[in-house]
Ligand binder design. Structure first.
Ligand SMILES: [Zn+2]
Length: 113
C-alpha cells in the first residue's frame, strides 16, 4: 500500500486540511479531512490537487505530486477530471456569452436598436 499526504490551506487561509491519497491493490482513494471531504462530497482541496493546482498546497514535494499524478493516471478518475475541467471551461465561455447577450438585450430595450 502506498500513501501520500498533502497539507492544503483552507479557502480563508485560516485552516489547514490534509488530503491523503492511498493506493491499495490497484484501487486509489483520495480523502480530505475538511467538512465536505469528511462527508465524501466534492471539496476543492482534493479537486485542485488532483487537477495539478498546487497554489494552496503547503510545501508540496515534487516527487509526491508526480506519484499522485501517476496514481490517478491509472484510474478512471483521470478521464473524469479532464472532462470536468473541459466542461468548466465551456461553462465559463457560456457565462461570458450570456452576460454579453444580456447587455445587448438591455441596450436594445433601452434604445430600440
Ligand atoms: Zn477538502
Amino acid at each position: 500500500m502506498s500513501v501520500l499526504s498533502f497539507r492544503i490551506k483552507s479557502s480563508d487561509g485560516t485552516g489547514v486540511y490534509t488530503v491523503t491519497a492511498s493506493r491499495n491493490s490497484g484501487f486509489v482513494k483520495i480523502s480530505c479531512d475538511c467538512p465536505a471531504g469528511t462527508f465524501g462530497t466534492h471539496c476543492r482541496h482534493r479537486f485542485e490537487l488532483v487537477s495539478g493546482e498546487t497554489k494552496y498546497c503547503i510545501n508540496p514535494s515534487r516527487n509526491d505530486l508526480a506519484e499522485l499524478a501517476a496514481m490517478v493516471d491509472l484510474t478512471p478518475l483521470r478521464g473524469v477530471m479532464e472532462e470536468i475541467v473541459a466542461l468548466g471551461r465551456e461553462a465559463d465561455h457560456i457565462k461570458r456569452r450570456l452576460a454579453a447577450l444580456k447587455k445587448t438585450a438591455a441596450r436594445i430595450m433601452a434604445t430600440g436598436e
